[in-house]
Design a protein around this ligand. Structure first.
Ligand SMILES: [Fe+2]
Ligand SMILES: [Fe+2]
Length: 474
């Protein structure tokens, strides 16, 4: 018998829910099997200085201590219930928020939860090998922290499937452990989650760009009229903030180190910068272009009847829905979307209800822009005349109105040949990947040491010093 509160920290009264216990008794060993197969390579016996959530109270969601990752206490936490909460948008606006799944929306709600849940184990799979080339113990600890929390996010979605969807929920929960990132026969559901994360620059870009898509999706689901989904997503957002921090500061530290070396040696030519063992700013720009464009696709088609349905039925809201000042039904409003006509990109107004994917993408882009300007400041401070730019929204897109078109980063509509001629000026090519890999051939494990291509962080984790032993290899 499992002692549930001990093994699985939770605030859902798991100790009394026999049906849920039985479901988890089957699923939990399968989850551990998945972790052993697809979690971080060779990490089983390591003691890692991790934060574990043990309650939703301010002092309970961030407890630090050494943990072996397979023994991490994957918990189930929902933000406490607000008895007054209502459905805040769509046709059911003003009704009490749903505590059980509304029968008519059962299958689309299940689909939404499965799609979100699928991204969580996918990113762990994508990052599986990176521990073997970590630039420091601090960074190694951070990637492991991200990995266990993505594992916990999977638990969060699996809880909803088990608790609210009966047998088909259980089947979906099993399938979440069976798909594999990048697998040709049984891939993860969304494109960006089947791309490899081959090196640490890619990892930081991923956590900056793609975990931020996670944030915006969770924010939209946190508005849901289905209250258990809303409360689950609200708690997940507290953890997502750390993942984006890891990404933003990781890229920033790489930029900082490159700028230091460029200044010390008075070099600007990318080949000479590379020869000094740091990543040239041009390559960083290419990685940025790649991760930004594949992440934009995650928001789906610019015009989408599914998105309209999710909203009208009260299941998925807009970013900060309850802070917006309108009718929350969108029966009259319009919204601009872009499309390619001939060799021009034109903007047209469509019903706002159908443009909700595009709107969420635009909210996301605004936040990305301010992150990029923080990276730019590091370059400006060093006095180096290089500008990081966000490519045009239509660049390198595979989903939506730009799919099938060849748009340059500055927004020119090109033909396929012209675009292909420049492909590796804009996106990392095999040579760029090989160069970045060459910097990351081994791991740096001495406490307080950092690889040459990255600057140390401003401070350690949980007020620990930089030379703290964040991971013990045993
Ligand atoms: Fe997550
Ligand atoms: Fe995340």
């Amino acid at each position: 018998m499992i002692n549930y509160t001990e093994k699985i920290p939770n605030n859902i009264d798991l100790g009394r829910d026999r049906i849920l216990q039985r479901a988890l008794e089957h699923w939990q060993p399968a989850f551990l099997g998945w972790w052993f197969d697809m979690g971080p390579t060779e990490s089983r016996t390591y003691d890692v200085y991790l934060r574990t959530a043990v309650s939703v109270e301010p002092d309970g969601w961030a407890q630090f201590g050494y943990v072996k990752m397979p023994e991490y206490r994957w918990g189930i936490f929902l933000q406490p219930r607000d008895e007054q909460r209502q459905v805040n948008f769509g046709t059911h606006k003003g009704q009490p928020a749903w505590q059980e799944v509304p029968g008519e929306y059962r299958s689309i709600l299940r689909r939404i939860i499965v799609t979100q849940g699928d991204t969580e184990p996918a990113s762990v799979e994508q990052q599986k090998m990176l521990g073997l080339s970590c630039p420091s113990l601090y960074d190694l600890r951070n990637i492991f922290q991200v990995n266990v929390e993505e594992g916990r996010h999977l638990w969060a979605m699996v809880y909803l499937l088990h608790r609210y969807f009966g047998r088909d929920g259980r089947e979906e929960a099993e399938a979440l452990l069976e798909r594999r990132s990048g697998d040709t026969d049984n891939p993860r559901i969304l494109g960006a989650f089947n791309e490899p994360t081959p090196d640490w620059l890619a990892f930081y870009m991923f956590t900056f760009f793609t975990d931020r898509d996670g944030k915006f999706q969770l924010c939209a689901l946190a508005e849901s009229g289905f209250d258990p989904l809303s409360r689950t997503c609200r708690f997940m957002l507290t953890e997502e903030a750390h993942h984006m921090f890891v990404g933003e500061t990781g890229v920033s530290r790489i930029i900082q180190r490159t700028c230091e070396v460029m200044k010390e040696n008075k070099v600007e030519d990318p080949d000479k910068v590379r020869a000094l063992g740091v990543i040239d700013l041009q390559t960083i720009q290419k990685y940025l272009n790649f991760h930004y464009s594949v992440t934009l696709d995650l928001y789906g088609s610019d015009v989408s009847s599914n998105a309209a349905n999710y909203f009208t039925s009260g299941l998925k809201g807009r970013f900060e829905e309850t802070k917006l000042n309108d009718d929350h039904k969108l029966t009259e409003a319009g919204y601009p979307v872009s499309e390619v006509v001939g060799d021009k990109i034109v903007t047209k107004e469509v019903p706002a209800l159908t443009a909700l994917n595009e709107r969420l993408r635009d909210d996301y882009i605004r936040e990305i822009e301010s992150g990029i300007s923080r990276w730019q400041r590091v370059i400006d401070k060093a006095g180096i005349p290089f500008r990081l730019t966000l490519p045009h929204k239509g660049f390198h897109r595979a989903i939506g109105n730009f799919a099938g078109h060849y748009i340059s980063p500055d927004g020119q509509v090109l033909n396929e040949g012209a675009w292909k001629n420049h492909e590796f000026d804009w996106l990392p090519g095999p040579k760029d990947h090989a160069f970045v890999q060459s910097l990351m051939s081994g791991r740096v494990t001495e406490p307080g040491k950092f690889a040459n291509w990255i600057a140390p962080p401003a401070r350690g984790i949980n007020n620990q010093p930089l030379n703290f032993e964040y991971v013990r290899f045993n």
